[in-house]
Design a binder for this molecule. Structure first.
Ligand code: SF4
Ligand code: SF4
Length: 501
């Protein structure tokens, strides 16, 4: 056994913070911890030690907020947030606009029926949360996601989207099961007109099986109809979001990527989410379901016939030298993608006519990163023009494809959302983020989280502490009793299926 690092984690029984050790055994990485009361826990952390080491090479520590919202008191993860110890600012802010939902998925414990209360911030509360997020310094979050429950069950969702756009969020996403989109093109148009940039569509696979297991019904026809309606309404940016469970849909990752490529006129990305385990569950059950990022990378390699190999993936902080260089060049702050390297990995597929290939076939990532770091130093020393010339020369040497140069260089020179959006429309993001649960929780990762919930008491809470520790308290504090009249009825999936036959 090879000890890799000491950290802290949660006891999955009593949720107390306990010391933990990340160790390597037989080229796999485990998180080991012992609670004085509840005993020893071991969970696979990263399936592949070589990839664990490789990801760490791209580590970049982020920037603290100038205006944290809480004080250091009990220590991480109890002081959320954002507390003065947090080492990243918000890239994607999330607001849960309701816990009502028109489905009752067996894997979900968050909907109002299961929670036993109604959490639904008022429009005024949401405005205050948006304003509070935008007041973050040195740089406010550029992107916002409305989530839930199912956010589309709120009648005023288009108004909330417009409000967010007016307050300065350049990118506004809606995270949805797709039912409302499948029902009406008009509704899709209303959301598009209100300013929604991207639909984050739950999409567990390309046949009925994973939906029946995870959601209780075959929802695939609804997903396909939702995509068709969104397209008709003018959307050109949908991210497919499969929750990945071993034995349920791990045999579909290649097919899901092929589906994304076939639908490249509207699908801008696939964000695989290895399942995070809620509730108490014994070790063998956990091992049966658990899947980690390197597992996914291996499955993608196998199921795409090596179109995407495991070495095509890079951890999220890899892009930091790029954003920092742009920031220096433009003399303004940009958000840092400073999440922990073990939180997420991604690659891009470049789309050129009928061909889709990983960006790494055309871009020498490490060579270009070296130039960006050196060019940043040159800007610091007052040599902006030389820095630009170095980037231009490095682009010729390290970017082996005119189309990529054509779209990437404007991102560097202009640093605008528009130039980034044009680049994104030439690519499909294949990404993965492994949200933590009490079994694999690592405070070192949470300390750098960039995906943050806003709450009605003007706190900003990192995603994985919200979902492991804080959600129930916050929602109960701001919830109303659940009256039957306020429940959203279960959508009649069977009727949809019979009508669409
Ligand atoms: S997760 Fe971040 S905000 Fe929350 S207590 Fe830890 S350092 Fe502070
Ligand atoms: S949401 Fe969880 S997995 Fe994602 S960056 Fe934050 S801590 Fe890491």
């Amino acid at each position: 056994m090879n000890k890799l690092k000491e950290t802290k984690s949660l006891c999955p029984e009593c949720y107390k913070l306990i010391p933990a050790m990340i160790v390597e055994k037989d080229n796999k990485v485990f998180l080991e911890k012992t609670c004085p009361e509840h005993g020893h826990f071991s969970d696979v952390y990263w399936e592949d030690y070589d990839q664990y080491k490789r990801a760490m090479m791209y580590e970049n520590i982020g920037v603290k907020l100038d205006n944290p919202r809480t004080k250091v008191d009990r220590g991480c993860p109890y002081d959320c947030g954002i507390c003065p110890e947090h080492n990243s600012h918000t890239i994607l802010a999330i607001i849960d606009v309701t816990n009502r939902c028109n489905l009752r998925c067996p894997i979900c414990f968050a909907h109002a029926g299961a929670a036993g209360y109604l959490y639904e911030p008022t429009k005024e509360q949401i405005k205050e949360m948006l304003e509070d997020l935008r007041s973050s310094k040195p740089v406010p979050p550029p992107a916002l996601q409305f989530s839930g429950g199912e956010p589309t069950v709120r009648e005023d969702l288009p108004e909330l989207v417009s409000m967010a756009k007016k307050l300065g969020f350049e990118h506004v996403e809606v995270n949805s099961n797709g039912i409302k989109f499948a029902e009406s093109v008009e509704y899709c148009k209303t959301l598009k007109d209100s300013g929604v940039s991207t639909i984050y569509l739950q999409f567990d696979g390309v046949n009925a099986d994973p939906y029946i297991v995870a959601r209780g019904f075959d929802l695939l026809p609804i997903k396909l109809k939702a995509l068709a309606n969104l397209k008709e309404a003018g959307f050109r940016s949908v991210v497919l979001v499969p929750v990945l469970v071993r034995g349920v849909n791990d045999n579909q990752v290649g097919e899901i990527i092929r589906f994304a490529i076939e639908n490249r006129d509207i699908v801008r990305g696939v964000n695989f989410q290895p399942v995070s385990i809620t509730g108490r569950i014994n070790r063998s059950e956990r091992e049966r379901m658990r899947i980690t990022i390197p597992d996914l990378m291996k499955l993608v390699e196998e199921q795409t016939d090596r179109l995407i190999t495991r070495d095509d993936w890079y951890p999220i902080p890899t892009v930091i030298p790029l954003t920092r260089f742009i920031g220096k060049l433009k003399d303004r702050s940009y958000v840092d993608f400073s999440v922990h390297p073990h939180c997420g990995m991604a690659t891009y597929l470049l789309i050129d006519k009928e061909k889709a290939e990983p960006i790494t076939r055309y871009l020498n990532v490490d060579g270009f990163l070296q130039t960006l770091k050196h060019a940043s130093k040159l800007v610091d020393e007052g040599h902006k023009t030389r820095a630009k010339m170095e980037i231009g020369a490095s682009a010729l040497k390290n970017i082996n494809f005119g189309m990529l140069r054509k779209y990437l260089l404007p991102v560097i020179w202009k640093g605008s959302y528009e130039s980034l959006s044009k680049l994104h429309h030439k690519m499909i993001l294949i990404g993965s983020m492994h949200f933590m649960d009490p079994y694999n929780f690592d405070v070192e990762r949470i300390n750098r989280c960039t995906i943050h919930y806003a709450t009605p008491d003007k706190k900003i809470i990192p995603f994985c502490t919200m979902n492991t520790l804080h959600r129930k308290n916050i929602e109960q504090k701001f919830s109303q009793p659940l009256e039957a009249s306020k429940m959203t009825p279960l959508y009649d999936v069977k009727e949809f299926l019979s009508k669409s036959k």
